[in-house]
Design a protein around this ligand. Structure first.
Ligand code: SF4
Length: 423
């Protein structure tokens, strides 16, 4: 039994009892429970699954929101043996959704993985995780279900870049869980050189629900471009995190009020660490990839961190930049030097020792280093710096004029980030 901590509260979606990702607050899935819910019941052929995914416009829940139908087709059309990976290495420190699904709904994930394998005619599969409790839960599910294709569990040390697709391939092949240059992409040449479908765990869970309940049930929620629901991890420094199933298109402020009540928000970190720092105006954003992108950020994997009146956006940015500097995989010169320089400038700003030249350098680096790394970490570090300077210049200028008390009071454990959800 996995012990629950008070650090996380589970909030199911109301009004959709048959196809929920989060059935109820205290829930641990067993095969005997999953079968009556329609699990493993339908066995559509490969083309039927791909068509269902296309009609439902299922998009990936790992961060990029890429159309799943396109991914499936790319691997299905490739020649030779293929394999499928359930990617549960949730590197984002402010997200817990994949861990939740792996620990609590292992059959839903396994069902989705087997359907994905069928959709691309793969003859073996992997579950890729860093969380021991997730691995243990999936091991039990595999033993209970005894799938017709081999499903191996691969565990790696946790890390921000460990879940990046090329890092997944490299680690399963026995190397370090660090990204490689692309092309080739995993769908062209992945695990063992085979075309490989790497799919986020939540996407696989939606695929299983899609097959058991149909496209119409999926399309009941969301918008035209972002269909269905997604798992939102909503957190505040020091407060319990909320894991809520939310329809795409819901206004962030409404979701916050529903689950946390009328709280004061001084800033919003969209997409967890990856999507930039916003002021409280972000509460008006509808939660879709397009709406957040049009506002200059990223919804990413659906993690949102709320800053309160005691928090300062500058020390939050400094904390995150320091994290990226520690987590960079040490492979790309632009990333190694760039994350270090941005972290130092933001730390100086937070401590009241920065000058105008440091801010100018932050602006220059965060613009010039975009897409200069092999993976998204450098872009995420740039987004943190660029969004702070762009959206809250008066706050930045105030930090040049005088030290900030809220920044002085903010601290993280050594080598850690205070925005990580420990669960
Ligand atoms: S961009 Fe940074 S984190 Fe990504 S591979 Fe290069 S050095 Fe590593």
């Amino acid at each position: 039994m996995i012990t629950e901590t008070a650090a996380v509260r589970i909030r199911p979606l109301t009004g959709a009892p048959t196809r929920l990702l989060l059935p109820k607050e205290q829930y641990w899935e067993d095969l005997a429970d999953y079968l009556p819910r329609g699990g493993y019941a339908r066995t559509p052929d490969a083309e039927q699954i791909r068509e269902l995914v296309r009609v439902a416009n299922l998009r990936g829940r790992g961060g990029a929101g890429f159309p799943t139908a396109v991914k499936l087709a790319s691997v299905a059309e490739a020649a030779g043996p293929r394999c499928v990976v359930a990617n549960g290495e949730e590197g984002e420190p402010a997200s817990i959704k994949d861990r939740y699904l792996l620990r609590r709904r292992p059959h839903l994930v396994l069902d989705g993985l087997l359907l994905a394998a069928r959709a691309v005619n793969a003859d073996h599969a992997y579950v890729y995780v860093s969380d021991d409790a997730s691995a243990a839960s999936m091991r039990v599910a595999i033993a209970q279900r005894r799938p017709s294709i081999p499903v191996r569990i691969v565990t790696v040390p946790a890390g921000y870049v460990a879940g990046e697709a090329s890092a997944v391939v490299r680690a399963i092949d026995g190397g370090p869980a660090k990204p490689t240059a692309k092309p080739p992409h995993p769908y062209q040449q992945g695990v063992g050189g085979m075309p490989t479908l790497i799919q986020n765990v939540e996407t696989l869970a939606h695929l299983a629900l899609l097959v058991s309940h149909g496209a119409a049930a999926h399309l009941e929620h969301g918008t035209t471009e972002c269909t269905g629901t997604f798992l939102l991890t909503l957190s505040r420094p020091g407060g319990p995190a909320i894991l809520a199933e939310v329809p795409y298109g819901a206004r962030l402020g409404d979701v916050v009020t529903e689950h946390l009540g009328p709280i004061e928000v001084s800033g919003v970190l969209m997409g967890g660490f990856a999507g930039g720092i916003f002021g409280p105006e972000a509460l008006d954003l509808p939660l879709t990839h397009e709406d957040v992108r049009n506002a200059g950020g990223m919804l990413g994997c659906g993690a949102v961190i709320l800053l309160g009146p005691e928090d300062c956006q500058v020390s939050a940015a400094a904390d995150i930049a320091a994290y990226f500097d520690r987590e960079n995989a040490g492979q790309c010169g632009a990333c190694i030097k760039g994350t270090d320089a941005m972290a130092r400038d933001l730390a100086a700003l937070a401590s009241g020792t920065a000058g105008p030249d440091d801010v100018a350098r932050l602006e220059r680096l965060s613009a010039n280093l975009l897409r200069r790394g092999s993976c998204g970490l450098l872009d995420a570090a740039c987004a943190t710096a660029a969004s702070l300077v762009r959206t809250n210049r008066p706050l930045v200028d105030a930090h040049l004029a005088a030290p900030c008390r809220r920044c002085a009071d903010a601290s993280s454990p050594p080598g850690e980030t205070r925005f990580r959800i420990n669960w």
